[in-house]
Ligand binder design. Structure first.
Ligand SMILES: *[C@@H]1O[C@H](CO)[C@@H](O)[C@H](O)[C@H]1NC(C)=O
Length: 501
């Protein structure tokens, strides 16, 4: 080593090369130029990273508790030689994202290394891992540690509160809010809203309301505060309370906005209480918060679902009268809902007449809804007309979803050799669609049932070639079929594959 070092120094190698001398592979070194050496060093760092990752994964996978793991890492000479980096820790946390014991063992071990400090990102990852696994005690300790390092942000607190509330421990979420100042954060409208939102999302709306009544004496609520409560009441289907919240909102000098009203309207729509929906629409307009296209989409979909088609069509009139233009999403929902309700002609009217007259262009989803509807009612030629229209209009391209109902219809009507081949040909050769797992599954299952075992098997092989992993159920089904047909080679191949699953 010494002599090589001297040799290189004398060779007036630059500094960048000298660094490398202390690494092990000397033979490659002597000839390498500076740029090459940098690459080499980079490669070596990568090798180290992989090596360290492997060592730590192996160590951390054994042991019954995080303390066990921590201890075994400590007592290991192999671990002592590991150079820690943020990248290494993040890799390991990612690897152990579903195994909090191993993750925490490694995390604690790394914290105790004198020259190393966890990054805020790693702390947040650890918070996520513990939170997901509902390790509330450990989470509390971690938060404490983060606070000491000055790393607690409102984002961290939000995550922790959400986890507590999600685990049903709403009191703990509130306690975190109470302790905000100890964590170096402020109790203000933003953090109060965060707490209320967390509680409401987990349906602790009554608790949220109690807390709100207490907090509002010190912290000024804003429109967002009330919208959170409105959302909360609607979520637990106590829409009267939500309506009261609107009044309360006005009492506090906050202006109910389109979101406040739309939330309640959605709730009444779910109850199919359209009388109240119209009342609220009037109220909105009277208060100058005009309903928007989202509000109208909700109402129209609910009406169509309740088979009140005339009324649904009138919604479009009402929209126009308030100067709100229907958009693609509006019409897509309309067509989808009408299709679901079996209103084929109404859906066709919307698609062929209303959309063009409003100048709303269809997209792939629109066409797909039409095709799916026609296929569902076995109107094959109308489905194909739509597909052709789609191809000719050139506004958008068909996707796999476009073809699924058509494939199903082929199987249903037994038009396999004639039609299915053409469809597949179009998909692959005309539109260059790569088949995905659900398409392959649909095809293979259908073909097996239609007694086209050879075809099914060739698609299966195709699937493997394309690196699409078949489901176990598909293998099972196909295996039974090929065995019945005495296709020995095929059955061996499938069995071999199944063993590896
Ligand atoms: C079609 O348009 C709607 C509304 O803009 C959108 O939500 C949907 O994702 C679009 N569908 C496709 C397949 O692009």
């Amino acid at each position: 080593m010494q002599s090589i070092y001297r040799a290189i120094s004398q060779d007036s190698a630059s500094l960048c090369c000298k660094v490398l001398v202390f690494k092990s592979c000397c033979s490659q070194l002597v000839s390498s130029h500076c740029v090459g050496a940098r690459e080499f060093r980079h490669k070596e760092q990568c090798l180290d990273l992989t090596k360290y990752t492997d060592i730590l994964i192996a160590k951390a996978s054994e042991g019954n508790s995080d303390q066990d793991i921590l201890r075994s890492l400590f007592n290991d000479p192999a671990c002592d030689g590991i150079r820690l980096s943020q990248k290494l820790i993040q890799r390991l946390l990612h690897r152990f994202k579903d195994d909090w014991r191993s993750a925490l063992g490694i995390f604690k071990w790394a914290s105790l290394q004198s020259s190393f400090r966890h990054s805020p990102e790693s702390y947040d990852m650890m918070v996520d891992i513990l939170g997901k696994m509902k390790q509330m005690e450990n989470l509390r300790d971690l938060l404490e540690e983060m606070h000491e390092a000055g790393l607690v942000t409102l984002n961290t607190v939000a995550k922790v509160m959400r986890r507590f509330a999600g685990a049903g421990q709403w009191e703990d979420a509130v306690k975190i809010f109470d302790d905000l100042q100890d964590l170096g954060l402020e109790k203000n409208t933003e953090s109060m809203n965060l707490l209320l939102d967390t509680l409401c999302k987990e349906e602790f709306v009554e608790q949220a309301r109690e807390i709100f009544l207490e907090l509002k004496q010190h912290i000024a609520p804003d429109a967002y505060t009330f919208n959170i409560l409105i959302h909360g009441w609607c979520k637990v289907r106590r829409v009267d309370e939500a309506q009261w919240t609107i009044q309360e909102m006005k009492g506090h000098g906050c202006h109910p906005c389109v979101i406040s009203y739309s939330t309640i309207i959605r709730c009444y729509c779910q109850e199919q209480n359209f009388g109240r929906v119209y009342e609220l629409l009037d109220e909105m307009q009277a208060h100058g918060s005009s309903p928007n296209v989202v509000t109208f989409t909700t109402i129209m979909s609910a009406l169509a679902k309740a088979e009140k088609i005339e009324e649904a069509l009138q919604v479009v009139e009402r929209m126009r009268s308030v100067g709100c233009k229907p958009d693609t999403l509006f019409y897509n929902s309309f067509i989808y809902t009408l299709g679901r309700a079996g209103k084929v002609d109404d859906a066709t009217f919307v698609f062929k007449v209303m959309m063009p007259s409003d100048g709303v262009v269809p997209n792939t989803s629109t066409y797909n809804s039409m095709i799916s509807m026609f296929c569902h009612y076995a109107q094959k030629s109308r489905a194909f007309e739509i597909l052709q229209e789609m191809e000719h209009a050139g506004l958008c391209k068909p996707d796999l979803q476009t073809y699924h109902p058509m494939i199903k219809l082929c199987f249903k009507t037994g038009k396999i050799d004639s039609l299915l081949k053409d469809i597949l040909n179009d998909m692959v050769n005309k539109h260059h669609l790569g088949l995905d797992i659900s398409t392959y599954t649909l095809l293979i299952h259908g073909l097996c049932r239609a007694d086209r075992c050879n075809w099914a098997y060739s698609l299966f092989e195709d699937m493997i070639d394309q690196d699409v992993k078949p489901r176990f159920k598909t293998c099972r089904l196909l295996l039974d079929e090929v065995k019945q047909k005495n296709m020995f080679e095929a059955s061996e191949k499938i069995e071999h594959l199944m063993k590896k699953m």
